[in-house]
Design a binder for this molecule. Structure first.
Ligand SMILES: [Zn+2]
Length: 164
């Protein structure tokens, strides 16, 4: 059980069957607390066959990732990607197509679905910010230690398709 109490009334959450372990129900108000993955977004920025990565300074500290973040509850998925990228790298981007989508199970208490977009710079100045302590471009044969398995899948695919 990831949560014990009802977010609406504070009542106790219980399971009513084994099939419903992701849908506990409040014994007081009857609210069903659906527990679904949250959406993570990342933008792939490539320059001279090198990809921009960020060095993390909070969770997975000192490991590197494709700049990423979470979609806010009331936010458009593409707006979220641009906002997160700007916050972390100082760069404004425009998004092209969705490049890849994966389920991320690396955090046992929060399953996320990650979406990687291909992006192009439209403005700004490259500078690590927010959750990142460094940002730099890397070629595929000189990648630093990565934080997430799914970034590795995406980088392998970019290399196979000769994009990096
Ligand atoms: Zn309740």
């Amino acid at each position: 059980m990831r949560y014990q109490f009802c977010p609406k009334c504070g009542g106790k959450l219980e399971f009513f069957s084994k099939q419903n372990i992701n849908q506990p129900k409040c014994i007081d108000c009857g609210f069903t607390f659906y527990q679904n993955p949250i959406v993570g977004v990342a933008a792939i920025l490539i320059k001279n066959k090198k990809i921009l990565l960020g060095k993390r300074n909070i969770s997975y500290k000192n490991k590197w990732c494709v700049p990423c973040g979470y979609v806010e509850y009331d936010e458009d998925v593409r707006e979220a990607t641009k906002r997160e990228f700007l916050e972390e790298t100082g760069l404004q981007i425009k998004l092209n197509r969705v490049y890849d989508v994966h389920s991320n199970f690396h955090n046992p208490i929060q399953h996320t679905v990650g979406i990687w977009f291909l992006a192009e710079i439209t403005g700004g100045q490259l500078k690590a910010n927010d959750d990142l302590s460094e940002v730099d471009y890397f070629s595929y044969d000189r990648l630093p230690e990565l934080a997430f398995t799914t970034d590795r899948f995406v980088l392998d695919r970019l290399a196979t398709e000769k994009l990096i």
